[in-house]
Design a protein around this ligand. Structure first.
Ligand code: SF4
Ligand code: SF4
Length: 80
């Protein structure tokens, strides 16, 4: 089954609400990173309903075509 759960890049505030409701322990939340462990996820959508900020989306067609985490521009070194 393809993963259908998508975390919109750059919008999570790492509150942890989704982690608590996942029955498969399929959400890995670090201090400033969140990801779905696709081998565990059953696409049950409990995390989608639990997120207060609508960060997690359900895509029936799978998420492989959606952009991965946006890479933030590196801070430019100071120039003197
Ligand atoms: S869809 Fe279900 S199994 Fe997958 S991460 Fe969300 S709560 Fe966990
Ligand atoms: S519930 Fe939403 S905002 Fe909170 S950690 Fe999960 S994805 Fe991020």
């Amino acid at each position: 089954m393809p993963l259908m759960i998508y975390i919109v890049p750059g919008t999570c505030d790492y509150c942890g609400c989704c982690v608590g409701v996942c029955p498969e322990d399929a959400i890995e939340l670090l201090e400033s990173d969140i990801r779905i462990i696709d081998e565990r996820c059953t696409n049950c959508r409990k995390c989608v309903w639990a997120c207060p900020w609508e960060v997690i989306e359900f895509h029936r067609e799978g998420i492989s075509h959606l952009p991965k985490e946006l890479s933030l521009p590196q801070e430019a070194p100071p120039s003197f």
